[in-house]
Ligand binder design. Structure first.
Ligand code: FES
Length: 318
């Protein structure tokens, strides 16, 4: 599907190094409906593509809100979006969603670290609209460095549901999280987004209480992978075509070099674009996009980073 041209309708400096961009379609049409937790590829003025969570109200199709944290060590995509001004044009890709609200939860617990507040904001809007039981815990270095604090404190949807934690050292966070976890039933679902170490702590505290499959994690960054033990394996498509995957190549790169069309975006195991079905064989999951239960079932894999435990995989492209 072609990208959509959007216009920057509003720029708000949310916190030092974090700006919120409100985007509208350049053709004046509404956006497609999108569920809470959706993210989208944004192609900035330098052509670099990055994914951003939509953090506005999910039922608002007139505009999209993203928050961009300047990451000086990244490929430059966030830096470029810190230079755009109102009325500049950008492009966005398709909506994607890897963070869905669980319909069977008796309570939803949202736990954000820093800029990880963005996908959880849209979940909170939806939970409020649904009349669901939820609470939002937001950890940040300081009030000044935290985005959307005024909105969280002032909006009726949030102000009685939000607990803010400023300056809690990483080593002391598990004790704070354990207090939150203590009052939960095993029917609660937990959603977290933030730095990797933060999310590991959240998972470590909540998974024993509610079960690993009830802790939903949204990743921003790719996992570090040690390729030294990688070995070749064979991939057969459900069409019967067979490809040898060398130790130093991904399934995605071999398929695309052979003219096979595969959906892709981040190529880092984050966005979920390249996830395909596994009909035979055992994948070795290295992505950050599939849930723990998806990985355990072994019937899907991300072709850009994951490999094989078996000699051969039979794959169905989505
Ligand atoms: S291309 Fe993004 S997960 Fe594979």
């Amino acid at each position: 599907m072609p990208n959509t041209v959007v216009r920057v309708a509003e720029v708000v400096e949310e916190a030092p190094g974090i700006r919120a961009l409100r985007l509208v379609r350049a053709d004046g049409l509404p956006f497609d409906p999108h569920p809470a937790g959706t993210h989208v590829d944004v192609i900035g003025p330098t052509g670099i593509l990055r994914q951003y969570s939509l953090c506005g109200r999910p039922d608002d199709t007139s505009s999209l809100l993203i928050a961009v944290k300047r990451e000086p060590d990244s490929r430059g995509g966030s830096e470029a979006l810190h230079t755009v001004a109102e009325n500049d044009k950008l492009e966005i890709g398709e909506f994607r969603n890897l963070l869905s609200l669980a319909p069977d939860a008796d309570r939803h617990v949202l736990i954000a670290g820093g800029i990880g507040i963005t996908p959880l904001l849209s979940l909170a809007y939806q939970l409020h609209a649904d009349g669901a039981e939820f609470e939002l815990h937001y950890f940040a270095r300081s009030r000044e460095s935290a985005a959307f604090v005024s909105l969280l404190e002032e909006r009726a949807e949030f102000r009685d549901r939000v607990l803010l934690y400023f300056g809690v050292p990483r080593g002391e966070q598990p004790a704070v999280l354990a207090e939150v976890a203590a009052g939960l039933s095993s029917a609660a679902h937990v959603y977290t987004c933030g730095p990797e170490g933060f999310m590991e702590q959240v998972t470590g505290v909540f998974a024993p209480m509610v079960g690993e499959t009830r802790v939903h994690v949204e990743h921003f960054t790719a996992a570090e992978i040690d390729p030294s033990g990688d070995r070749p394996f064979t991939v057969e498509l459900d069409t019967g075509e067979v490809f040898e995957i060398p130790a130093d190549r991904s399934i995605l790169s071999v398929l695309t070099d052979n003219g096979i069309e595969v959906f892709k975006s981040c190529e880092e195991g984050i966005c979920g674009s390249c996830v395909s079905g596994v009909l035979e064989g055992t994948p070795e999951h290295r992505d950050q996009c599939l849930s723990a239960s998806d990985k355990a079932s072994g019937d899907q894999m991300a072709l850009c980073v994951s490999r094989a435990r078996s000699e051969k995989l039979v794959i169905e492209l989505y």
